[in-house]
Design a protein around this ligand. Structure first.
Ligand SMILES: [Zn+2]
Length: 280
């Protein structure tokens, strides 16, 4: 997502690094439980200076892809899974549309356990790229969107571990989001599953800045009939404070390409309003 100049400045200020050595952290084993340490481990790796912001077509992009593939493939569980890497080509800059580079969608599928429902799908996605580096500074992209990627990795591990899901779960890390939602656009035009059987797409983009009240903002509820009222009991029983933003569909992240294919979407994020409030 691209935001205001204020946010760009904030991002530059918070993420810039002058460290001379761009070391990449070790890849650590994670636990099947969802833990703070596991989140930290994923985010530390993905947003390390060594990956230099994971811009599409860069060595950092490929390193992030390898990290995600490794996690999806090697999470300890006997649950069967299918891991696929979908290559696609994106313009490195909107100013030079003919200059294409290769990036990736990384897809991990966990088959459902219910005979009737296993042919239906729930997609859980997040983009793993960040904005391109400018002015010699690295945009580490810890919040946008190593945070959402870490959540996808941990949710995959959790569901692979307990293996109680009825519908087939499809976890996707999208490349090329910052260049115009290009990974999700490529996916919905080249799906690995029958999109007409997708019951829900959940998108996680910028989920690393939850405030002290535990507020989490939710977009997408107008994407299905009576969605808000059906979701409300889950909100009430949640330990976090989910704020249903209602009105309209936020169009600047990957769920939007699924929405355009008539798929109900939910979009979780934290912090945008919090950050803007500090500036107004
Ligand atoms: Zn984003």
């Amino acid at each position: 997502m691209k935001y205001t100049l204020y946010l760009s400045i904030l991002f530059l200020a918070s993420c810039a690094s002058n460290m001379p050595n761009f070391t990449i952290p070790e890849v650590k084993a994670t636990q099947s439980d969802i833990t703070i340490d596991d989140f930290k481990s994923h985010i530390t790796y993905l947003s390390s200076d060594g990956l230099r912001g994971r811009g599409s077509g860069t060595p950092g992009d490929r390193a992030a892809k390898d990290y995600i593939v490794n996690h999806f493939t090697n999470v300890e569980s006997s649950t069967k899974r299918m891991v696929e890497v979908q290559e696609h080509y994106v313009s490195k800059s909107r100013l030079t549309p003919k200059n294409k580079v290769k990036t990736y969608n990384i897809i991990a599928t966990l088959p459902g356990n219910d005979e009737q429902l296993k042919d239906e799908y729930v997609v859980i996605g997040a983009h793993y790229d960040s904005v391109k580096n400018t002015l010699g500074l690295i945009h580490n992209g810890a919040d946008d969107n190593a945070s959402g990627t870490a959540m996808v990795l941990e949710l995959f591990e959790h569901f692979a571990s307990i293996n109680t899901h009825k519908r087939t779960l499809v976890f996707i890390a999208f490349g090329g989001e910052e260049l115009g939602l290009l990974g999700s656009k490529h996916y919905v035009n080249n799906p690995t599953i029958d999109l007409s059987k997708v019951q829900l797409m959940v998108n996680l983009d910028m989920v690393g800045r939850m405030d002290e009240e535990g507020n989490v903002q939710l977009g997408g509820s107008p994407s299905a009939q009576n969605f808000s009222s059906k979701l409300h009991p889950f909100f009430v029983n949640s330990k976090i404070n989910i704020i249903d933003l209602g009105k309209g569909i936020f169009s600047r992240s990957d769920h939007y390409n699924f929405y355009k294919k008539d798929i109900p979407v939910l979009f979780f994020f934290t912090g945008i309003l919090t950050v803007i409030i500090h500036f107004v």
